[in-house]
Ligand binder design. Structure first.
Ligand code: TXA
Ligand code: MG
Length: 341
């Protein structure tokens, strides 16, 4: 199919709304990553999303809404949902609740729960209002590759496979939303993201981090979130995470600097210190500013991969704040390959 590619304007939003209501697919920017949207209440639209991404159809989709109250027809809400909504919506938080009948099982991968998110991005919000339907949207990448943080990434993966791609520039956060499941008075963190564990604990002290966030699923273990069982964010070349302080990592990166087949993902200041070299160097934000690293993470992985490098090296992040989201994505992208320095 011919994919329409357009900047965000009143006209393109109107056209995108029509496509969505007609059961078509529109990729659109959000503050986390780009999403591949379809009408969440049309089973056929969800089927098209799985087909366009090459995604297994038991991996449920996140349903995007324009306002927190739009959860009412879709899910069994509760008091904790509205406390989370007051604190973090619109924003990079997804909440899992029991679903109501109108949400087709195609959208929820056969589960009796539904994931709801109210994005903060002005373009995403305008699209939701224009479409007038809840929008099911996974990240707008081919299944298994890093999530897209700009329209060029989406075009690379999905041109010819979707009806329209809306270009809204770079995604600000750069990693996908935080996913929590409400269990009584407590929260179970299924995926770390832009809203940190520390943020969540300000709303309720009972926050448990699912073990699969920081570790591997045991053989035969049933994942709490279907997405946990799939290999994610994987560059083609093997990625190794370096566990060591700045000086130890700089020393390692310098040793690799003469190797043309190597890609080094380094903080900006380390890239400066290494200077011009034979290895390919990709900047990933500031050493001490984890938000800037989250913003650059997926682009740096895609750039390193596109360079054709045979080996990729990056720092193993700490797990505080948004660092936990970086750690979670990078240990998967590296298939748990960590090198102690
Ligand atoms: O930031 C984001 O969340 C982006 C943007 C587009 O909003 N979307 C996104 O969607 O990252 P996706 O499909 O790539 O990741 C959704 C994750 C999957 O791991 C899926 O298994 C999980 O959410 N999920 C969805 N519904 C669920 C449910 N009912 N129970 C448990 N996990 C669920
Ligand atoms: Mg995804």
């Amino acid at each position: 199919m011919k994919t329409i590619i357009a900047d965000l304007t009143a006209d393109s939003l109107k056209q995108a709304g029509q496509i969505l209501r007609g059961g078509g697919l529109v990729a659109f920017p959000t503050e986390t990553v780009y999403g591949l949207g379809g009408d969440a209440l049309q089973p056929e639209a969800s089927r098209k999303i799985y087909a366009a991404k090459g995604r297994p159809s038991d991996n449920p989709l996140i349903v995007h809404i324009a306002y927190p109250e739009e959860a009412e027809p879709l899910a069994e809400t509760n008091e904790l949902y509205y406390r989370l909504a007051d604190a973090f919506m619109p924003g990079p938080l997804t909440v899992i609740l029991p679903k109501k009948d109108c949400v087709p099982s195609e959208t929820t991968g056969g589960l009796s729960s539904v994931a709801l998110r109210c994005p903060a991005h002005a373009g995403a919000h305008a699209l939701l209002v224009e479409a007038g339907v809840p929008i099911a949207a996974p990240s707008a990448n081919l299944s298994g590759s890093p999530s897209p943080t700009c329209a060029a990434h989406v075009i690379h993966d999905l041109d010819g496979r979707v009806d329209m791609i809306l270009d809204g520039g770079e995604s600000e956060v750069g990693v996908e939303s935080t996913i929590v499941k409400i269990e009584g008075d407590s929260l179970l963190l299924l995926r770390p993201g832009g809203i940190t564990v520390e943020d969540l604990r300000r709303v309720t002290p009972q926050v448990t981090v699912a073990p699969a966030v920081t570790g591997r699923l045991a053989e035969g273990e049933r994942p709490l979130s279907p997405g946990m069982k799939y290999r994610h964010y994987a560059p083609r070349a093997p990625l190794t995470l370096l566990d060591g302080d700045y000086t130890a990592r700089l020393c390692f990166m310098r040793e690799q600097a003469h190797r043309a087949e190597v890609a080094l993902i380094c903080p900006d200041e380390m890239a400066e210190e290494i200077g011009p070299c034979t290895a390919r160097v990709f900047r990933c934000g500031h050493e001490t500013d984890m938000a800037s690293q989250a913003h650059r993470l997926f682009a740096a992985l895609r750039e390193a991969d596109a360079s054709g490098a045979a080996e990729i090296y990056a720092a193993k992040p700490g797990t505080e704040g948004i660092g936990l989201a970086l750690y979670n994505r990078l240990i998967r992208a590296s298939a748990y390959h960590i090198r102690q320095l």
